[in-house]
Design a protein around this ligand. Structure first.
Ligand code: GTQ
Ligand code: FE2
Length: 342
């Protein structure tokens, strides 16, 4: 589709030999609409769980984390779940520590199973529980540790493909296994985790949310409080995790959402610019993407490319809850956001 058709007369040979192409040869790349190479794809929990289980004995936690990176089948072996985002499933066994490091790509974690392990972010030990969202914004030192007796599994989400495309990848290993954990445990939640009430004496305004832990308890309280509202006909009761100082997205590049699809709820189809990755927190349902049904259940992870028409439906006997990450902050900042109702 994107390969130029070579017209090899003397003139075209001259320009090609000298690293030039005529616009007339490549104009088909200026497509009327986005044509992502990434495809809609689903990783079922039965598979992810089996891989997570086998990974525990197959690979140690060395300097690199035991994180299975989900490669989009349409992206030819690139480190990418969508064109801009990577999702992974990470496993940390009792007693393990994943070495401290920092990188320019931002990361988020959504805890799938296991309670009480920690990610230390720039000196703050953040205790992770099932359903929590934990941030590791750009260039923040972080190490993970599991001082509990149960294995912990979480989904990572990072903007690695975007950062790579911009040629802005930086990475640094810490000289120590653990960075210093000098700040109070869950300190950012104590300071910033009060919804619409933010401390006035704090003068720093980082580019990312200063709150590192968004607890599942608060998420469920909000979803339950709103469960009898109408919500969005496209997204149901859909809530964005926000920066408590600004009300904006949690990081400049990655937005996080959680949405409740009530029993029997069938949402309307739509497409938007920008890509996302969904993770099923609870319940059963079906998302039709580009006309293809994806039946999902707890633990599944689904890649949704830009501009693909999609419609969610709860097909189970209970509430369904979806967590998702997207590149929407970038799309909006650049003026590229569009939506089209199907
Ligand atoms: O846990 O810090 O899936 O640095 C990829 C890169 C996880 C992490 C990933 C990372 C991490
Ligand atoms: Fe990392």
């Amino acid at each position: 589709m994107n390969a130029p058709t070579k017209t090899e007369d003397a003139f075209h040979e001259l320009i090609h030999r000298n690293h030039m192409w005529g616009l007339w040869e490549i104009a088909s790349q200026m497509t009327p609409q986005p044509r992502p190479e990434a495809v809609p794809h689903q990783w079922k929990w039965a598979l992810l769980e089996e891989v997570a289980r086998q990974s525990a004995t197959a690979v140690p936690v060395g300097d690199e984390r035991r994180a299975m990176q989900l490669f989009n089948p349409g992206l030819n072996g690139q480190w990418a779940t969508t064109n801009t985002l990577i999702a992974a499933v990470q496993v940390l066994l009792p007693g393990e520590v994943a070495r401290a490091h920092r990188h320019s790509p931002a990361a988020i974690r959504f805890i799938i199973s296991g309670n009480g392990a920690y990610t230390a972010v720039e000196g703050e030990k953040v205790i992770m529980r099932e359903g929590d969202l934990v941030l590791t914004p750009s260039w923040q030192w972080h190490d993970h540790g599991n001082e509990t007796s149960e294995t912990v599994v979480w989904m990572d989400g990072l903007d690695v493909p975007l950062t790579k495309a911009l040629n802005c990848i930086f990475f640094e290993m810490h000289r120590n296994q653990k960075a210093d954990h000098g700040k109070p445990v869950n300190g950012s939640k104590a300071l910033y985790g009060h919804g619409h009430l933010a401390p006035t004496w704090v003068k720093e305004r980082p580019r990312f949310s200063p709150l590192m832990l968004y607890s599942f308890e608060q998420t469920m309280d909000a979803l339950n409080a709103l469960r009898s509202s109408e919500g969005s006909p496209y997204d149901g009761i859909s809530l964005e995790y926000t920066n408590p100082q600004t009300g904006g997205p949690v990081t400049p590049t990655i937005a996080c959402r959680v949405q409740l699809l009530r029993k029997g709820e069938k949402l309307k189809a739509r497409r938007v610019t920008g890509s996302s990755v969904f993770h099923v927190v609870r319940g059963k349902g079906r998302t039709v993407i580009d006309g293809k049904p994806f039946d999902w259940a707890k633990g599944d992870i689904i890649a949704l490319p830009s501009w693909a028409p999609h419609a969610h439906e709860n097909t189970g006997a209970e509430d369904a809850i979806l967590f998702s990450i997207s590149d929407r902050p970038v799309i909006e900042a650049l003026g590229f956001y569009r939506e089209e109702l199907a």
